[in-house]
Design a protein around this ligand. Structure first.
Ligand code: ATP
Length: 286
């Protein structure tokens, strides 16, 4: 497939610019990641077919769709986590700042540093304090002064909307926190590595509404400085926080998932081009 054409197709459709103010304004945020003609496999099973997408800087991109349509598989292509699964492989091209992250000379560990990931289940290191959890990933890098580490801990906990709740107990165990606080601690830990892009795979699915709200607050705060991609089953969450939405869909059991529609969130939720998207966002199936 001819890559340039594929990328253009991946741009949000702009056919209805007269109808929505948001569309008319357009978006000049540069692409930080591009995905072109991506196929993903587990052994001989093709889980995703021909996905192309542009991920823009300082924007939140939400990935939605019914169970099993490949959202988690896709998000894991963006930082080369997919290849950790034995037999898993990827075809196509994924770039970060124009560089092909799957090129043979690229170190996957470096990719994962630049494209950080927060998982569904909070996973703080159980034997470490809150403070040490935040800086855990920095231990492998150059030696830093205590004052510099203090500054990183405060800054990232503030960005993760957790600072006020933990500033007086940084020495306590990370697992002493509530589930929602642990998840924000994991966000701070990811931020400490100064990624460009943060991937979140259903980060609030195990949390109560108040904790979910705090995660969403944190995401909106993060977007000032980072680019966020989130998988969510929560339609309200996608509509509330994201700028762009990708709807993944699977036509029939055993078929690969596809990116069925991609565009500005406002359009996907109010006036999607495809019937299946409309059925899904209005809760008619899924
Ligand atoms: N490790 C694996 N080995 C083999 N097949 C897998 C593996 N992980 C996922 N799959 C398959 O790939 C397809 C896509 O799964 P994936 O988890 O990406 O979907 P999803 O949209 O994230 O689903 P959910 O919303 O339920 O989390 C499914 O058919 C799934 O069974």
């Amino acid at each position: 497939m001819e890559p340039k054409k594929t990328l253009q197709q991946a741009e949000p459709r702009r056919g209805r610019t007269e109808e929505t103010g948001a569309m008319r304004r357009g978006d000049d945020a540069p692409a930080v990641m591009t995905v072109e003609g991506l196929n993903m496999y587990y052994g001989s099973f093709m889980a995703l077919k021909d996905v192309s997408m542009i991920i823009r800087r300082n924007r939140i991109t939400a990935l939605i769709g019914p169970s099993g349509c490949g959202k988690s598989t896709f998000i894991r292509s963006l930082n080369r986590m997919h290849e950790i699964v034995p037999g898993a492989r990827v075809e196509g091209r994924v770039t970060l700042d124009g560089e092909d992250i799957y090129a043979p000379e690229v170190d996957p560990v470096r990719v994962r540093r630049r494209v950080g990931m927060v998982f569904q289940k909070p996973n703080p290191f159980p034997t470490m304090s809150i403070y040490d959890n935040v800086i855990a990933g920095l231990k492998l890098g150059r030696k830093r002064k205590k004052s510099e580490l203090d500054e990183i801990v405060e800054r990232t906990l503030r960005q993760a909307a957790l600072w006020d709740e933990v500033k007086n107990k940084l020495g306590e165990s990370g697992t002493s926190l509530s589930g929602g606080q642990q998840q924000r601690l994991c966000i701070a830990r990811t931020l400490a590595l100064e990624p460009e892009v943060i991937l979140m795979d259903e980060p609030a699915s195990a949390l109560d509404p108040v904790s979910t709200q705090k995660i969403e607050d944190a995401m909106l705060e993060l977007k000032e400085q980072y680019t966020v991609v989130i998988v969510t089953h929560n339609m309200q969450q996608a509509a509330r926080v994201s700028d762009y939405t990708g709807f993944f869909f699977i036509e029939d059991m055993g078929q690969p998932g596809q990116l069925w529609e991609f565009g500005e969130t406002e359009k996907i939720f109010s006036n999607p081009d495809r019937k299946e998207t409309e059925d899904y966002v209005t809760g008619r199936f899924g």
